[in-house]
Design a protein around this ligand. Structure first.
Ligand SMILES: C[S@@+](CC[C@H](N)C(=O)[O-])C[C@H]1O[C@@H](n2cnc3c(N)ncnc32)[C@H](O)[C@@H]1O
Length: 289
């Protein structure tokens, strides 16, 4: 479901979204999931700025942005670990921002090949921090990517080939990216990714989506907040789906033969994630080749 008309077109610059990575980076750091080398002053400032809003959302709605960030992040980690347990050794995190996942994964699984990718400015910023910490090398790389680029060195196809020039399975992650684009625009990316995963059986794509809530008050509030975030990031912030079934069907149509839509509530007894008072609005998508 789209709340705004589509205007993200191929070639459009979506770097106005990038600053949001500083906020999510601060959330990971505050919750003991990150490393000091990824903490930023702007992230800390945004974290303080957002605290009153986050506190009132938690009190009024029974959940807030920090709740669903931690839910999605830790469930994605859990599903990555499951894929590594099945023998996958290649991980590509697109729109990595200041995500500490690459550091954590390489510390725990030194045999894996981790490639982080983001728009050029963010990729340069991330690479500089990892380099200072002595983290970069043959098995931990950072590359520029633009999911809207249809050709050239920053296109998905070229980045995947540069990252893993083989037909071995890979885990691909996009966290906190897809909801900034209208459904038609992001579906083109999903189509292209499904085509790249198809010759690599055992590959997994992990991402999250947000369901438009049924409760009218919450629905209205979220539409307004989505509009506000869209204005600030100059993007098409969208709630793509109404329910799990719609989400699963859409990913199947995009070319993923096997799709699971995970509700955080199913992980409350297994993972150290915060609980939402009502049905969580976030879902984690696990789409396999
Ligand atoms: C909300 S942040 C998420 C960062 C990180 N995944 C996390 O969860 O902390 C969104 C990220 O998407 C990146 N981004 C925006 N447009 C992009 C594009 N066209 N291609 C690749 N990454 C993009 C931004 O630079 C930013 O790092």
């Amino acid at each position: 479901m789209n709340t705004t008309p589509s205007d993200n077109s191929p070639g459009k610059d979506s770097s106005s979204i990038s600053f949001t990575a500083l906020y999510t980076g601060a959330v990971w750091h505050r919750n003991g999931l990150s490393d000091d080398i990824l903490a930023t002053g702007q992230g800390r400032w945004l974290y303080h700025l957002m605290t009153p809003f986050e506190a009132s959302s938690k009190a009024l709605l029974g959940g807030n942005i920090r709740t669903f960030l931690l839910q999605r992040h830790l469930i994605i980690d859990h599903l990555i670990e499951q894929a590594l347990g099945r023998g996958v050794t290649q991980v590509l995190e697109i729109a990595c921002g200041m995500s500490p996942r690459g550091i954590r994964l390489r510390d725990k699984y030194p045999h894996i090949h981790m490639v982080e990718a983001d728009l050029p400015d963010m990729a340069t910023r991330k690479a500089a921090r990892l380099l200072v910490a002595g983290r970069l090398g043959d098995k931990h790389q950072v590359m520029p990517v633009d999911i809207l680029a249809e050709s050239g060195v920053q296109s998905l196809e070229v980045v995947v080939k540069r990252a893993f020039d083989n037909n071995e399975p890979m885990v691909v992650i996009t966290e906190g990216l897809t909801s900034y684009f209208s459904l038609p625009v992001i579906s083109k990316f999903w189509n292209r990714l499904a085509r790249l995963m198809q010759p690599r059986p055992g590959s997994v794509y992990l991402s999250e989506c947000y369901l438009m809530p049924e409760r009218p008050l919450l629905r209205g509030t979220l539409k307004s907040l989505g509009g506000l975030l869209g204005a600030v990031t100059r993007s098409d912030v969208s709630f793509h789906f109404l329910n799990d079934q719609q989400a699963a069907e859409h990913f199947t149509v995009c070319g993923f033969p096997s799709v699971a839509v995970h509700n955080p509530a199913d992980f409350y007894d297994r993972l150290p994630i915060p609980e939402s008072r009502h049905d969580p609005m976030v879902r984690v998508i696990e789409a396999r080749s």
